[in-house]
Design a binder for this molecule. Structure first.
Ligand code: ADP
Length: 499
């Protein structure tokens, strides 16, 4: 039996999933690791813990599937994106913890660069916004704040990597220093049009090019694992950042196809084919993947609070015992009763980008109940997704034909039905919700002939349920008026500088 091993290195846990030729899961192992919060707004991971947890789940999954290295046709890596670390090339020792994508410590650096009028240059070349979310300013910070870093960097002794590079480096016993185009496209250092590290941007951020990994496609044999790792060498043949891997796992491989992941937040990506569309509506442009010589692009929008608002109903308000209870509570009323909830708990992400917005519940009357609030919370997830999709369709000048969904909250039928009603489009939930790992497995399997070509895997994407709209467009317009009014009241709630 031959299989593919997908390593899914996420923000809160490392996972390993083994897929067979039909794309069916043969085994899963998962291990959480420590979140480190040294100061308010700072989030770090210990690179050694990431590595150890990742290797141990790989071994565990192999044991569960009862296989050895010779059964593994290839390994695919997918990872939390943007998280940044630097290690010593000679010793392999990290010079500090990894700075996680959520970390806001470099916000003042971004503000300074913006005030110097540099955002349009970054935007044009990288497709991103000047935000602390992306790797570039994190790397700048490490080089500036670590006492030894500058000297070591000048002596070409340091290596920068996102988590994919770090895993590959460790898996090859220090032989490979490589990343793929999708991870490179999240750094603020990579020109997504010319597909090279950008000298001007490196200069602005003071980053020596010698630190950077070599950038490769998302599907090719990069290296083999050192033979002691899994008791036998295995080719590592696919790399993609988690959201791009999910887009591929959902088989959104032609322009106009979009996926949304309903997790803690939401991540929406729309395939725009070989065209990199510069957003006019506050979305980011990113590389979807490169396979062979063909590079495809995507528009992306992230929503900060989605499934997290359901956690808040549970932990903050105590309205439900577990997240899955929300469906029954929200279904116990026929509609939201005029109640709208805007979960701008951490400001608003795409397409509003308003750090000063805060959450509100609007439209309360004497008749409002916990069920109405639960329903409004669930609906707020779908409204936010619609806001991003409106921006995406305007940017791409297309109309969506179908939205494919995954993530923990996508199991909620009421939510997905409401999403379809709002969008007036079919919303499709596939049988395999492990789309991130599956995408990485596909990329690795395609590079090694495990799957012949993309047509070979297309038929594996299977519908669990398709939701179609049950209400009229006029009804949606009335609903949206309430949402937009609530949204307006939540925006710019805080004064600049207020805590
Ligand atoms: P992440 O990968 O961001 O940790 P997951 O994809 O595991 O997130 O999804 C977890 C989120 O989904 C949680 O925020 C939880 O509140 C939400 N969730 C889980 N089950 C349901 C449900 N039945 N209805 C609505 N939300 C849910």
């Amino acid at each position: 039996m031959k299989v593919i091993l997908a390593l899914d290195q996420g923000t809160t846990s490392s996972r390993a999933i083994i897929f067979d030729r039909q794309g069916t899961i043969r085994a899963i192992a998962q291990k959480e690791f420590q979140q480190i919060f040294p100061k308010p707004g700072w989030v770090e991971h210990d690179p050694s813990e990431i590595w150890v947890s990742q290797v141990s789940v790989a071994a565990e999954a192999m044991t569960r599937a009862n296989i050895s290295a010779k059964n593994i046709a290839a390994i695919g890596i997918t990872n939390q994106r943007e998280t940044t670390l630097v290690w010593n090339r000679k010793t392999g020792e990290p010079i500090g913890n990894a700075i996680v994508w959520q970390d806001r410590r470099t916000a003042p650096i971004c503000d300074r660069l913006k005030s110097e009028g540099l955002e349009p240059i970054f935007r044009k070349k990288t497709g991103l916004l000047l935000d602390s979310y992306f790797s570039g300013t994190k790397l700048h910070w490490i080089l500036k704040e670590n006492p030894d870093a500058k000297k070591l960097a000048e002596q070409d002794k340091l290596a920068f990597g996102t988590i994919d590079s770090w895993l590959l480096y460790k898996m090859t016993n220090g032989k490979s220093h490589i990343t793929d185009v999708t991870n490179a496209s999240r750094t603020l250092l990579y020109n997504i049009h010319r597909q090279e590290w950008d000298q001007e941007l490196l200069e602005i951020l003071g980053i020596p090019e010698s630190l950077l990994p070599e950038v490769r496609s998302s599907s090719e044999v990069y290296a083999e694992t050192s033979s002691d790792l899994l008791s036998g060498a295995v080719p590592i043949a696919g790399i993609a950042g988690d959201q791009q891997a999910a887009l591929f796992g959902q088989q959104c491989t032609s322009p106009g196809l979009a996926k949304n992941t309903y997790g803690t937040g939401c991540f929406l990506l729309l395939n725009t084919g070989e065209e990199a569309i510069l957003s006019q509506n506050n979305l980011v442009t990113t590389i979807a993947w490169q396979i062979g010589n063909k590079t495809e692009y995507a528009l992306e929008g992230s929503i900060f609070i989605a499934g997290a608002v359901i956690q808040w109903l549970r932990d903050g308000l105590g309205l439900i015992r577990s997240a899955s209870d929300v469906e029954a509570l929200a279904s116990s009323v026929k509609d939201n009763g005029g109640v709208y909830l805007v979960p701008a708990f951490a400001g608003l992400g795409a397409p509003h980008w308003d750090p000063y917005a805060r959450g509100i519940i609007a439209g309360l009357t004497r008749g409002s109940t916990a069920a109405h609030i639960a329903r409004a919370a669930l609906e707020s997830i779908a409204y936010q997704v619609q806001d991003v999709l409106i921006a995406m369709q305007t940017d791409a000048n297309t109309t969506l034909t179908q939205l494919r969904v995954d993530g923990g909250a996508a199991v909620n039928d009421l939510l997905i039905q409401f999403q379809s009603d709002l969008l007036q489009n079919p919303v499709v939930r596939p049988k395999t919700l492990e789309t991130t790992a599956l995408g990485a497995a596909y990329l690795a399997g395609l590079a090694t002939g495990f799957w012949k070509d993309q047509d070979d895997i297309k038929s594996q994407w299977q519908v669990d349920q398709e939701f179609t709209p049950h209400v009229s467009p006029e009804q949606v317009q009335t609903w949206r008026k309430g949402w937009e009014r609530a949204l307006q009241r939540a925006q710019k709630w805080q004064e600049e500088g207020e805590d």
